[in-house]
Design a protein around this ligand. Sequence first.
Ligand code: RAM
Length: 892
Amino acid sequence: MKIAFLAMTLLSALTAGAAELTAGYLRCEYRSAPEGIGERSPRLSWELTAQEGGAACVQRAYRILVASSEEALARDEGDLWDSGKVVSDATGGIVYAGRPLRSQQVCHWKVQVWDGGGEPSPWSAPARWSMGLLEFRDREPVRWITRRIRTAPDTAGLVLPPARYFRTAFTVGKPVRRAVAYASAKGIYELRLNGQQAGCDYFTPGWTDYRKRIYYNTYDVTGLLRPGENAAGAVVADGWYAGYVGFGILERLERSREFYGIDPALFCRIEIEYADGTTQSVMTGPGWKSSEGPVRQADLLMGEVYDARLEQPGWDAPGFDDSAWEAAELSVNPDGALEAALTDPVREAERIVPVSVVQRGPGVWIFDMGRNFAGTVLLKVRGGAGRTLMLRYGEMLNADGSLMTENLRHARATDFYTMRDGEQEWSPRMTYHGFRYVELTGLESAPGAETLTGIVLTSPTPRAGTFECGSELVNRLWRNITTTQQANFFEIPTDCPQRDERLGWTGDIQIYARSATYNADVASFLSKWLIDLDDAQRSYGAYPSYAPYPYAIPMEYAPAWMDAGVIVPWTLWQVYGDTRAVRRAYPGMKRFMDFLEQGAQGDLQPAVPTFGDWLAVGRTASDDFIASAYYAYDAALMAEMAGAVGERQDSLRYAALAARIREAFVRRYIAPDGLIPGNDCQTAYALALCFGLYPEPLAQAGADRLAAMIEANGGRFSTGFLGTKHVMMALSRYGHDDVAYGLLLQTEYPGWGYSILNGATSIWERWDSYTREYGFGGRDGGNNARMNSFSHYAFGSVAEWMFRYALGIDTEGPGYRHILLRPRPDARIGWMKGSYRSVSGEIVSEWEVGRRTTRYRFVVPPNTRATLSLPGQESRMLGPGEYEFEFKNRKQ
Ligand code: RAM
């Protein structure tokens, strides 16, 4: 800890010692020990920890060793790469520059660092990654297998085919050194080997524009093989490839399923490396058989139907008699290229036990899981062969205690389980739901709490932030935000997990992306989605309203939605210092800017009536204002990004464009007194202030007007998706923290507190998605209960303000190398504690407002520096270390 003398009381004294810098948390392409990397020059990173702060606490140099075996690495032999001692303070984005890596190569690596005093650290603990199939397309064609099934519509008009089952047997004749399975599906698959699942993933290979690319997953299956006969099998269902996707039915689109193909198909290749150096390859094709099984229907939106009586015990194990199975067919549907998965698939995050079970009628029970989440359930029952249980899922209950399902629209979200004899456990694997309540119908006797367990599913994004403060309301808000992110960072960033939508809405993620980074490490998750966005870019340059974009129509593009194409890469660069994501997106972003420039009129954008400040309450900004403000913002971000990837000409050009747009904007919208007469509303001031559109001398007048409007509105918002977080940021940027805190703590409509007082355990789509007083119809009865999600992260974008201003943890320039600490203490809340595990290490900020003094505590990670700016104090620089400060409170 460091001594810090300001106008304050000294809280603790420490001696500065040796830095003792060490490197840990070694990752490759943002993932810990990833299997099947497709990038030939993967990027490596580590995290530094130090015993003490001080001048020695910087990394002066590093050395990386990459070896082809653990033994070589232990001998300090970097037979693949020895970087040598590199004088650099970089701890991430280090591009592998050793010998060319080949398919399936296992890379063992470690790193050593030198501190500011030139002291070397010991070698880090070893880490590893493995390469995927790099040249397989040249070596052998990719063979997909399928089973043709044509299913007639059911009585509700739904087409819900059964899952396909595939299997093969093979012999392992010698001791195995290593076996790796590479698998994919057009559809979703679960791979099984000798009776066990390979890995523990759900919905692999995930959702992409399958016409352009399909990912394969890599599993080390060495431990699943056995000497002698082995069996591999897979269950394959429609998933996003052939199943229902989005709101096709609602919109009466030409189709609502089969967007990418009709028959789901499987690809699997198991590569066995024997101890004697020989190899064997087991690949889908001739020799594989197919059948149907207990999964009678499997659809992401509609649910799963499972008949346990149709189980074929041992179908995925050796010794099974598959003579009744048919030969699998080769799939000939031309689709996109097979590529290594870029991120970890959806997995189980936790299990939850119901908080109550209530009987609703004969054989009908409603389980309350206690909170809203996305996932599935584990059902445990006994006896009763042939009895069918029905499970319906809902986020809310109606006033009479029945399950509320109106807001699921056309998502049937219902599972059926037909029992066999004896004890049985079942959990659907080919569907998921967004829910809090489960209605279980068909039980013979009363269930117990153990009858149903909730299984929370999500894309694994390691936790990054912690937050806690003196207001229970705000703590609840933070929990609701994290829960809602968990439910919607689900293969892609979805708008909601429950109804017939679940689309990667671009407006929602551009508003929320920065918040998401504070909550979790979303680097690999969002990098993957940026490729989906790139694949979905319209031929004429616009980014669509959601990605992936399976439809031919509608909602091709919209201002503030399409801009995600620029804002999300910029956010990844700022937060993770990632220039590769920027470079990857760069050609598309340029085409997007061309599209905007072509449509501009006098350097401003015309009104494109689409979503505007979506779900705003009261007066909000006009369509042309929003479109032009985002245009200016995009140009400014492009100028920065072009500079970061060495495109100097572009950088100058975009900076000039941004300046021209700003001038035109001021001329058109901002009066000489700083007011915005034609758009005199919260969102307009907030966007103009946050996007730097104000001439600086007028900005304060604009911010004061914004604050005054909020006060005049009873300390409440009149904003939607776009305005809300920007209002908070603009207020704090221009000295109105008290007004921002008022909004944060507001319990009247509209505000987060209002939904919390009405029972929210997640972020809702609308400020009044449900109220005890008015039910689901909204306060004025005008809400459409069908478009009413109780898990929608867009309004959770206040997390960004909670971290950047309330706790005051921000970055100056990319990657948190230079940290900004600018907490904004507030007596109403009393105290706040938070931390953020940035790419440059863990940052801590705490404050407590006492009767006479305000105390602060900070941790600045090694190898970084921070500008500390505290209210009423001159700002100063802090080096790595732990600090405490205490100041006398100013007289009010
Ligand atoms: C809704 C989505 C999303 C929003 C669009 C405009 O249907 O849920 O949140 O971005 O509309």
